[in-house]
Write a protein that binds this ligand. Structure first.
Ligand SMILES: N[C@@H](CCC(=O)N[C@@H](CS)C(=O)NCC(=O)O)C(=O)O
Ligand SMILES: [Fe+2]
Length: 357
C-alpha cells in the first residue's frame, strides 16, 4: 500500500503530491509550494508520516518552492535535477536514479524541453508517474523561456512518458482548469499536441504560437527556486505564533495542547462555548474560563477581549473549533482551540472547577 495525496495551490494552479510508505512512515513531497509548508507539515503529522525529502520536478517560474522552508520545519532533504542548476540541493538527481520511500521507490527520468532540468518521477510498478510540466492534461509546459525547446520536449514526452504502460496514471505539475489526473493511453490518443497523427513539426508549430504572457511571478520565482526556495535576505516564517508553541492542523486552525494551556496560565483568556449545564456539569470547567455558549454567538462575541490571546474550549474540541474559526473571521489574531477539549484536559489530569472527580 502507498499513501498518496494530491494538494493544490490555487494562486499558481500548482499540484503538490505526497507519497508515503505507511510501513516505514517515510514520505516525500513532490513540488511543495512555499506558502503551503505549514499545511503540508500538518498533513504529514496527521497521517503519521515523516518527511524524508522534497523533490522538485523542475526550477519553477510561477511559484516559489517550499523545499527550503520544509527543511527548516522538518529536516527534510532537498532533491532536484542536477541539470536544473539549483544551489544547495542535498541530492542532485540524474536520469536513472532512484528515490526510495521505505520499501517503495520512484525512478527518475530526465524529460527536458519545458526547462533543461525537468524530471518525471515514475513509481516502481509504473502504475503512476509525476510529469511536472513536461506533460500536462491534454497539454504540456510552454517552451518559450528557461531553455525551453519544442524538439527536446517532443522527444522527452514520447520516449519517457507516453512509452509507459497505457494504464499508467499521470499526475501533472499544474492544471489551469481543475482537472486532476490522466492516463498514458488517453494522452496518446487525445492530447492535441502529441496525440493522434501529430508529428514533431506540427508540435513545434503549435508551441511557437502559444502567445502566452510570462508568469506574473517569474522574476522573483526563478532566482528563489535556484536557491531551493531559501529567501535571499528574509528569515523563515515562524513555524508557530510567538505567544505559544501551537500546532497547525490540516483543517486550518491552531490547536493548543492541554499542557501548553496549563503553562500559559493568565497570559491567555479561555472561552468555554458549551451550554451552561455542561459548564456546571460533571466534566467541570477550567478555572478562569469565561462561558459564552455557542448559541449566544455572534451576539456576545464582543465580550472576548482583544488584548490577550484566546483559547476556545468545549467538550471534545469540535464546537470550540467552530468558535475559533468565527473569532479569526471577526479579526481576532491570536486564537487557538484546546485540542481534545475538556475530555483530553481531564484525561491528562489537569485540575477543573466543579465537576465530578
Ligand atoms: N498565468 C500564469 C502562467 C503560468 C505559466 O506560464 N505556466 C507554465 C508552467 S510554469 C506553463 O507552461 N503553462 C502552460 C499553459 O499555460 O498552457 C502565471 O502568471 O503564473
Ligand atoms: Fe513550470
Amino acid at each position: 500500500m502507498l499513501i498518496f495525496r494530491q494538494l493544490f495551490d490555487s494562486t499558481s494552479s500548482t499540484y503538490t503530491y505526497l507519497v508515503g510508505d505507511p510501513r516505514s512512515g517515510e514520505a516525500l513531497l513532490i513540488d511543495p509550494v512555499f506558502e503551503h509548508a505549514r499545511r503540508d507539515s500538518a498533513l504529514l503529522r496527521e497521517l503519521g508520516l515523516h518527511l524524508v525529502a522534497t523533490v522538485e520536478t523542475h526550477v519553477h517560474a510561477d511559484h516559489v518552492t517550499g523545499a527550503w522552508l520544509l527543511q527548516q520545519y522538518t529536516g527534510s532533504r532537498m532533491l532536484g535535477s542536477a541539470a536544473g542548476g539549483a544551489e544547495g540541493l542535498d541530492r542532485p538527481l540524474a536520469h536513472g536514479e532512484r528515490i526510495t520511500i521505505g520499501a517503495r521507490h520512484l525512478s527518475v527520468r530526465a524529460t527536458p524541453g519545458h526547462t533543461d532540468g525537468c524530471l518525471t518521477l515514475v513509481l516502481d510498478d509504473e502504475s503512476m508517474a509525476f510529469t511536472g510540466d513536461a506533460l500536462l492534461i491534454r497539454g504540456c509546459g510552454r517552451t518559450d523561456f528557461q531553455q525551453g525547446s519544442p524538439a527536446r520536449l517532443w522527444a522527452s514526452v514520447h520516449e519517457q512518458i507516453l512509452s509507459l504502460p497505457g494504464h499508467a496514471l499521470l499526475y501533472p505539475g499544474h492544471d489551469y482548469k481543475g482537472l486532476t489526473v490522466t492516463s498514458v493511453d488517453e494522452e496518446r490518443r487525445y492530447n492535441p499536441r502529441f496525440g493522434g497523427d501529430s508529428n514533431e513539426g506540427d508540435f513545434a508549430g503549435y508551441m511557437n504560437h502559444l502567445g502566452l504572457p510570462h508568469p506574473k511571478l517569474m522574476d522573483q520565482a526563478v532566482p528563489a527556486n535556484l536557491r531551493c526556495g531559501r529567501p535571499e535576505h528574509g528569515e523563515a516564517p515562524p513555524e508557530h505564533p510567538a505567544w505559544a508553541p501551537l500546532t497547525w492542523t490540516f483543517a486550518g486552525l491552531w490547536e493548543v495542547q492541554p499542557q501548553t494551556l496549563e503553562e500559559l496560565g493568565d497570559a491567555v483568556q479561555i472561552v468555554d462555548v458549551r451550554e451552561a449545564d455542561e459548564f456546571g456539569g460533571p466534566l467541570g470547567h477550567i478555572a478562569g474560563a469565561k462561558l459564552i455558549p455557542l448559541d449566544d454567538w455572534p451576539a456576545r462575541i464582543g465580550e472576548v477581549a482583544r488584548d490577550r490571546p484566546v483559547v476556545t474550549v468545549c467538550r471534545s474540541g469540535a464546537r470550540s473549533a467552530q468558535a475559533a474559526t468565527r473569532l479569526v473571521k471577526a479579526g481576532y489574531t491570536d486564537v487557538a482551540n484546546l485540542a481534545g477539549g475538556m475530555l483530553r484536559w481531564r484525561a491528562a489530569g489537569y485540575p477543573v472547577k466543579g465537576g465530578v472527580a
